[in-house]
Design a protein around this ligand. Structure first.
Ligand code: SAM
Ligand code: SF4
Length: 333
């Protein structure tokens, strides 16, 4: 029998951890990082694989069943596959997912399939090679498409994540949606958030989830709302006759906080119980101070019992009103 379900102070079940294995990245998506990159953490400040394994083991004992590895770009962390082998074997962890930009991922797809990886989220904001270069500031479109094809060929469930940005990829919304026509994949359109590592090019959100929906509806008048899986952050839709589906994620409007089941561990080993908080517990420092498993679980539980009710409250609670502007690359998305 597994552990009892884990709940926060608002009665929301917590069963999902998103862990950034690195803050480093080989791309420079302009909505995530400045052109010159961010100041990367010294490697010693990243959680080691042993620390990650210990942490996930404890979280699984507390009721976490789902893990997503993210970053930065997970595949720039050396020996990532060794870590994945360890995580899939942790008792209580039922499904392991990965979010990747797909540049280095293709050679590992077969092994991911053998390991039973539950799904891969692939970030792809455009199907146009030039626009890809402008958005990511790197010329890697071909490698990403290779990964997409490998994932599909190997039968790994794929979700495409596309951030919708005025002046950048509006012409891609329909071509991206069309990917769901012949392929059983989910294409999700995401509101842009201010986590770009600089905070200055972000003004107000133009492409809200409503506007994205209206745009899709104007092209696909027959688009249908379908059921959203429990705890999903996306509103799901289907175009009749299409194999896959579409999603819209109101990441900035924060419509999904009431059912939020996730916690985050940043690349430097800090717990975030909300995407918009500034970090609530330095797990890495506790581990390196030598706390035992029970002490660590108690500290985690205390944080889970003080979760803000939504992303607006979390943002308001940030100390000294420091605005949200850290790079998503340290948080993991
Ligand atoms: N490097 C991997 C990737 O790009 O898939 C994993 C990390 S990335 C930070 C995770 C997700 O966060 C990506 O899908 C990316 O599009 C999204 N993201 C990054 N910055 C964002 C922002 N400012 N607003 C909305 N989504 C963002
Ligand atoms: Fe790298 Fe992902 Fe951020 Fe793009 S979104 S810069 S791929 S971490």
């Amino acid at each position: 029998m597994g552990p009892a379900a884990l709940y926060d102070n608002h009665g929301r079940q917590l069963n999902y951890v998103r862990l950034a294995v690195t803050d480093r990245c080989n791309l420079r998506c302009f909505y995530c990082m400045p052109e010159e990159g961010i100041r990367y953490l010294p490697k010693k400040q990243l959680l080691t694989f042993e620390e990650i394994e210990r942490l996930i083991t404890l979280l699984a004992q507390m009721g976490i069943t789902k893990v997503r590895l993210t970053g930065g770009e997970p595949f720039v962390r050396r020996d990532l596959m060794n870590l994945i082998h360890k995580i899939v074997a942790i008792p209580g962890i039922r499904d392991v997912h990965i979010t990747t930009n797909g540049v280095f991922t293709a050679p590992y797809v077969k092994e991911l399939k053998e390991l039973g990886i539950a799904s891969v989220n692939l970030s792809l904001d455009t199907l146009n090679q030039d626009r890809f270069r402008i958005i990511t500031r790197r010329d890697e479109f071909g490698n990403v498409m290779d990964t997409l094809n490998q994932l599909i060929d190997n039968g790994i469930p794929v979700k495409i994540n596309a951030v919708v940005m005025e002046g950048k990829n509006i012409d891609d919304i329909i071509p991206l949606a069309e990917l769901s026509k012949d392929k059983d994949i989910s294409v999700r359109f995401i509101e842009e958030m201010p986590f770009n590592g600089e905070g200055n090019h972000y003004t107000t959100l133009t492409w809200t989830y409503r506007k994205i929906f209206d745009y899709l509806k104007s092209h696909y008048p027959e688009i249908q709302k379908i059921a959203d899986p429990a705890n999903s952050t996306a509103y799901h839709y289907k175009i009749p006759g299409y194999q896959g589906d579409l999603g819209i994620i109101a990441a900035f409007s924060r419509t999904f906080c009431g059912t939020c089941n996730r916690i985050r561990i940043t690349a430097q080993g800090v717990l975030k119980t909300c995407l918009y908080d500034a970090g609530v517990l330095n797990i890495r420092d506790l581990m390196r101070k030598g706390v035992d498993d029970n002490e660590l679980k108690n500290a985690l539980m205390e944080s889970f019992r003080q979760r803000p009710k939504d992303g607006f409250e979390a943002e308001a609670l940030r100390k000294n009103n420091i605005p949200v502007s850290e790079s998503m690359s340290t948080i993991g998305g």
